[in-house]
Ligand binder design. Sequence first.
Ligand code: CMP
Length: 141
Amino acid sequence: MFGKITLSIIKPDAVKKGYIVPILSKIVHSGFHIIALKMTELSKTSAKKFYAEHKNKLFFESLIKFMSSGPIVSVILQKENAVKDFRILIGNTNPIHAKEGTIRNLYASSLEKNAIHGSDNNQNAFEESLFHFSNREIFFK
Ligand code: CMP
């Protein structure tokens, strides 16, 4: 499965605004298969672990507060070239620069509250998937 999956998170801003279904619908219509999905909440401790690579950034504390502020939806998606194609579908990290029709262009409200996460490489896709799901919760197609 290495190279054929990506981990996505529908973030608290998008969940609060009622965008779970429109976002998942767009993802599935773009050819991705949902092979694991759960609505959950990140504790501050889990959020800090998940975003450890950003721990020295100025925005880290604010990011942790935001990501643990409410429910999220974690999803593993399967497709050829999943990581690359998904990052095209979600658009630039900063919604101001996200192309028209991308998920962040449509649903994000700021650089921090940018609606959705997508893994940035195959190794992270694998590790992030196992951060959110056990093997028994993943149903490969
Ligand atoms: P994502 O790429 O999913 O994971 C890291 C997150 O940090 C990113 O989305 C944004 O939500 C957030 N982020 C990145 N850069 C900044 C920034 N300069 N200021 C605030 N938040 C940021």
